[in-house]
Design a protein around this ligand. Structure first.
Ligand code: AMP
Ligand code: MN
Ligand code: MN
Ligand code: MN
Length: 281
């Protein structure tokens, strides 16, 4: 069984449409796939149709941008009802902020004599919401940096000209939207946050108290060591383990859909938990 519970489409910052993503999942022999676009559920209908035709089990998902003590934390919601109104209202608010932030990034880059950033990012977004990823693609395309990693380091992270501190949903509200929608809240790629082990334990404990259920142990952005460490931390915190590639498209050849490190032995997985949606497909 190949289970991949974190992926993106063109509705956020992936480069494949939902149908193309599902076709790719089929090629990669993925059995269970969650589409988890940033702050939107708009790709799920198309994904569901394609999944049905291909015999893939689609899990309705979303990756919500949240703030925890001023820090941006990504939270995946799995098995959500995408018509649950409080969730839709919350995501809409985040997307309004996202749009303002996209324009603000453009204004800040213009002060550094980089013109046309907003329009450039918007055209890379192809009608979906605008993420820093789209700015990154524009800036590389326009020759301001050699690749995506380089462009983030130079322009788009804290302390750099195109960085705007995120004002996202509070993590507790995002948890309540996901639980209200019948879904499972999961902390995404925890090893990517620049926080100490002690602070991570505090995050997990507050997350659990607020109704959080799982944490990504296996992630396309975790190395072997981080995976093992996270398995232990998550077990001690009494949370379920999840796994996902965080696939954004073929342009990122180091992350492939459905190709994941094995889940460390002794992990309690979300898909074996009592919270897993029965027959959600
Ligand atoms: P945003 O939600 O608009 O702040 O954009 C965040 C997205 O940018 C993430 O989901 C990643 O896809 C991408 N990203 C963030 N940091 C990096 C990085 N250092 N290198 C490449 N992509 C990154
Ligand atoms: Mn992304
Ligand atoms: Mn993320
Ligand atoms: Mn993601």
């Amino acid at each position: 069984m190949i289970i991949d519970l974190h992926s993106h489409s063109t509705l956020s910052d992936g480069t494949l449409t939902p149908s193309e993503l599902l076709a790719h999942a089929s090629k990669q022999e993925v059995d269970v796939l969650a589409l988890t676009d940033h702050d939107t559920v708009a790709g799920l209908d198309e994904a569901a149709k394609a999944a049905k035709e291909l015999g893939i089990q689609l899990i309705n998902g979303v990756e919500i941008s949240t703030s925890w003590n001023g820090q941006t934390i990504h939270m995946v919601g799995l098995g959500i009802d995408p018509s649950y109104q409080p969730l839709l209202d919350g995501l809409e608010k985040i997307c309004e902020y996202r749009e303002w932030r996209a324009e603000e990034i453009g204004r800040r880059l213009a002060k550094k004599r980089i013109e046309g950033g907003y329009e450039g990012a918007k055209s890379f977004a192809k009608g979906g919401l605008i993420a820093r990823t789209h700015y990154a693609r524009f800036l590389v395309d326009a020759g301001y940096a050699k690749d995506i990693r380089d462009v983030f380091k130079k322009y788009l992270v804290r302390g750099k000209p195109g960085y705007v501190p995120g004002k996202w949903a509070e993590i507790e509200e995002a948890i309540s939207w996901v639980r209200g929608a019948g879904g499972i809240p999961i902390i995404a790629h925890p090893a990517r946050y620049r926080i100490t082990a002690g602070r991570l334990r505090k995050l997990l404990s507050e997350f659990k108290k607020a109704g959080g259920l799982g944490v990504e142990v296996v992630s396309g952005s975790h190395n072997e060591n981080e995976t093992q460490t996270m398995a232990n931390t998550v077990k001690k915190a009494g949370l379920f383990a999840s796994q996902g590639s965080d696939y954004h498209g073929p342009e990122n050849p180091w992350v492939e859909l459905g190709r994941l490190r094995p889940m460390p032995d002794g992990s309690k997985t979300v898909w074996e938990s009592e919270f897993w949606p029965e027959g959600n497909s």
